[in-house]
Design a protein around this ligand. Sequence first.
Ligand code: PNS
Length: 162
Amino acid sequence: MKRVITPGTFDPITSGHIDVITRAASISDEVIVAVAASPKKHPLFSLEERTDLAIRALAHLDNVRVEPFKGLLVDFCASMDAHVIVKGLRAITDFEYEFQMTALNYELNQHLETLFIMSPPNYMYLSSSIVREIASLGGDVSQFVPPCVDVALKEKFATALL
Ligand code: PNS
């Protein structure tokens, strides 16, 4: 496979995301990690912060680059001349949502394929939202996120915990 897109909100990027991206990078020439603006999700981290954290967390992967985007994923893929989306699939609860997005993206552009990589058991129940919740309550998330994200979460919630 030549160029693949791994999209997400990455609020923030977790070890589960990094696992999927690493595996996508091992079976393709180039991975573009597409950080979605996702304004409806009211992200904890700004688009710039999420992009910067992803860049730092993935700096060790030579064939991976990170790009922020606003608007439709299918339009971003077209602008990057990419025809393959790779996403992680965790527990069965992900399936309905991913199935809907895959079907709609296919309706919008029939030249776009979406492939899934299954999460390994240790990341099956890991999500950005649960990491945010644990961190917001003062819990230790260092085993779930790269060091730069651990620091960023501590800084983000430092004032809230005072
Ligand atoms: O990590 P997430 O939040 O589950 O990723 C979802 C994401 C960003 C891949 C999805 O919301 C998306 O593609 N957003 C861009 C806007 C878009 O294309 N929406 C229509 C999807 S069918």
